[in-house]
Design a protein around this ligand. Structure first.
Ligand code: MG
Ligand code: MG
Length: 248
């Protein structure tokens, strides 16, 4: 069942989203060559706690960190570590904050120092594909209209759209119905209604769409070791557009 949020719930989700947005705003200045991904994780965790929220991911299905940090060929669910970022890396930071029982969820891929033109394009196109998807997140459309918009936009490029991981409903649970793939025919799936809150999150690979999960049970990498980008916002469906919640 897809939950419709009340005004009170929407207020709490706005607050959760704002905290996540603030974390992204701050780490965009913090990420640079020489810092470790553990430092990024600790920076975000402190910021979430200082704002009266709890990191949504810590303890979720046993995940031990506040953030998922996925560098270069890691697609999603990477674990923070002692790895030191170096110039030319790209780093996807996925952040969730739980404010008074409601979640915000947003991922963004950042360049570390100066990156190649090719990698810059991957980031730009993946970010744009998120906003293409968001254009279709409005009352009366169906879930797969979002999916189709993302895939259709990416099709012009020789990129792989990851299929194993998807966007999702969000609210009191980090992952709620519906599942929102980043590919598929339009006109399928549930009809969108005002008050639904969704996390839309294209994961786009520079090479093949194929991915594998490492033995740690979390880290997902591209099978061809090509780089991957991930952009995600939590949004509220409204009558003729959507409201982005995970922004400052
Ligand atoms: Mg996320
Ligand atoms: Mg998500």
């Amino acid at each position: 069942m897809i939950t419709i949020k009340s005004e009170r719930e929407i207020k709490l989700m706005r607050r959760a989203g704002k905290i996540v947005g603030l974390c992204h705003q701050e780490i965009s200045k913090f990420i640079k060559p020489g810092i470790t991904t553990n430092e990024v994780d600790q920076f975000v965790e402190k910021l979430i706690l200082d704002n009266g929220a709890i990191p949504s991911f810590k303890g979720y299905a046993g995940f031990p960190y506040a953030t998922c940090i996925s560098v270069n060929d890691v697609v999603v669910h990477g674990m923070p570590s002692s790895y030191r970022l170096k110039q030319g890396d790209i780093i996807s930071v996925d952040i969730g904050a739980n404010y008074k029982g409601y979640h915000g969820d947003s991922a963004w891929t950042y360049p570390v120092g100066k990156i190649s033109k090719e990698d810059q394009l991957l980031l730009e196109i993946t970010e744009k594909s998120l906003f293409k998807g968001l254009e279709f997140a409005k009352v009366g459309n169906r879930v797969s209209d979002i999916s189709n918009a993302i895939e259709s936009f990416i099709k012009e490029y020789n990129y792989g759209v990851v299929e194993e991981f998807t966007g999702h409903g969000i609210g009191q649970q980090l992952h709620e119905a519906p599942t929102i793939p980043n590919f598929g025919e339009k006109g399928k799936g549930p009809v969108l209604k005002a008050g639904m809150t969704l996390a839309i999150e294209p994961m786009i690979n520079k090479g093949t769409k194929k991915v594998k999960t490492l033995i740690d049970g979390w880290t997902v990498k591209t099978v061809d070791r090509a780089k991957s980008a991930h952009f995600e916002h939590t949004i509220l469906v409204t009558e003729d557009s959507c409201e982005i919640l995970t922004t400052t």
